[in-house]
Design a protein around this ligand. Structure first.
Ligand code: 6PG
Length: 464
């Protein structure tokens, strides 16, 4: 077996691993590939991509890599990541770089970063873009030891997507678990935007609009700030005919959304660190609700609700909804990004990730699932005064009641639209009723309160 001939190694040849290996090879890198079972390696080799060498033995795989070795793991997150690294450790040296590119929980990444320090250089790296992205250009979010990530960058720059200015959608995200934290939040934002779009779809179908008509409406709002991958694919999905039985394919899909966990982790992290991400949390709960496992609801009640959901709209009424829909979606996109970025900023500061926030919004401009035109504007988020006075916020404030009208028009559940509306209302509200919460806390638990315009804590003084 020839030594030191491969530039990079990929372990785990599921859809993402096999696609990334081909992406590397297409950029003139020699790639060593390994999979626990040989069949996947064989089917990748059968594609005949030049530059890819398959190995049956991990020792040969490692031996084929130039030093310091760069090994990318695309194995199932959780235990398989630890097991694979444990197997590799005796074959590697402290300068070798092992990159976990799966959707790992950032807490596992943090543990691994500390556990493997001095043995290998461990990098936790988020990748977004699905199969298509992995093959032709994903958004890549590596984090870990600065030197290790910097050493990887030239390799990753070649395979990544490009931002709006043609630069690679990859950056050194930050220290420790920063890469996986940022990818997790990316997914939380993904959940919220997806759910916001589907709630608008639900409103429209509750007015008895056909799937094709709804596609036309979405086409009309897929512009400006919210021109985006998720709206593009939604339109394609709505227009798709069932190639087997005819009719719209979407209408035959079971109304239950699954989740692998990253959205839930985002909501959990937000609560853990005291950051408000109501749109993201609502989207997570909406997926849970979609399982319809609330045993106390009888079928009869569900049928009655279905009947309430049909009011036909006239053509002029449909036309009049385009602007409210655009504004509503703009509000969903903006609140999802702001909440996610706020979470990254606050946790990043607390954990000293050393994240350059404008780099995060830049590397999301291409390749990833949440890419949209709005990301250009969000570059300004970090120059606080600019975002505080950004014209979109003024527009949202102006149109918020108008948007509320769209919400109120149908009986469909709108967890993300409502959470988003309330998020901005809470921000814009001159006053919040939390004085009463604090008073209640003090009343039953002597938790103290502060008086307006006075220093120091008070307790008691309430009628008993
Ligand atoms: C991406 C996606 C990708 C995956 C999601 C699906 O950025 O490419 O986010 O990572 O499709 O994790 O997540 P759920 O199964 O939780 O919807």
């Amino acid at each position: 077996m020839e030594n030191n001939i491969n530039h990079v190694g990929v372990i785990g040849l599921g859809v993402m691993g096999a696609s990334l290996a081909q992406n590397f090879a297409s950029k003139n890198h020699n790639v060593a590939v390994y999979n626990r079972s040989w069949d996947k390696t064989q089917s990748l080799i059968d594609k005949g991509v030049s530059g890819i060498s398959g190995y049956q033995d991990l020792v040969d795989f490692v031996g084929s890599l130039e030093s310091p070795r760069k090994i990318i793991l695309l194995v199932k997150s959780g235990d398989p990541v630890d097991k694979t690294i444990e197997t590799l450790l005796p074959m590697l040296s402290e300068k070798d770089i092992v990159v976990d590119m799966g959707n790992s929980n950032w807490k596992d990444t943090e543990r691994r970063y500390n556990e493997y320090a001095g043995k290998i250089r461990f990098v936790g790296c988020g990748v977004s873009g699905g199969e298509e992205g992995a093959l032709h250009g994903p958004s890549i979010m590596p984090g870990g030891e600065k030197d290790a990530v910097d050493e990887l960058l030239p390799l990753l720059q070649k395979i990544s997507a490009k931002d709006f200015n043609g630069n690679p959608c990859v950056t050194n995200v930050g220290i420790g678990s920063a890469g996986h934290f940022v990818k997790m939040v990316h997914n939380g934002i993904e959940y919220a935007i997806m759910q916001g779009i589907v709630e608008v779809y639900d409103i429209l179908r509750s007015f008895d609009l056909g799937t094709g008509q709804i596609a036309e409406i979405f086409r009309k709002v897929d512009y400006g700030n919210i021109q985006s991958y998720l709206l593009d694919i939604t339109i394609n999905i709505l227009e798709t005919q069932d190639k087997v039985d005819g009719g719209y394919l979407l209408e035959k899909v079971v109304e239950e959304a699954k989740a692998k966990g990253t959205g839930g982790w985002t909501a959990q992290s937000a609560i853990e660190f005291g950051v408000a991400t109501p749109s993201i949390s609502a989207a997570v709960i909406a997926r849970i609700m979609s399982a319809r496992n609330q045993s106390y609801v009888t079928d009869k009640l569900i049928d009655d609700l279905k009947e309430m959901r049909t009011t036909k709209l006239t053509e002029p009424e449909i036309e009049a909804m385009i602007t409210p829909i655009f504004r509503t979606l703009e509000m969903v996109y903006l609140s999802s990004y702001l909440q996610g970025l706020d979470l990254i900023k606050q946790v990043g500061d607390e954990k000293n990730y050393q994240i350059d926030m404008s780099e995060v919004t830049r590397i999301w401009q291409g390749g990833c699932i949440i890419r949209s035109q709005m990301l250009t504007m969000l570059d300004l988020f970090w120059e606080e005064d600019k975002i505080k006075s950004h014209k979109v916020l003024y527009e949202i404030k102006k149109d918020i009641a108008y948007i509320r009208m769209l919400h109120g028009k149908s009986h469909t559940p709108k967890p993300v639209l409502n959470a988003t509306y309330d998020y901005f209302q809470s921000i814009f509200a001159g006053r919040l009723p939390s004085n009463l919460i604090q008073a209640q806390r003090d009343y039953f638990g002597a938790h103290t309160y502060r008086k307006v315009g006075e220093k120091g804590d008070h307790t008691g003084g309430w009628n008993q």
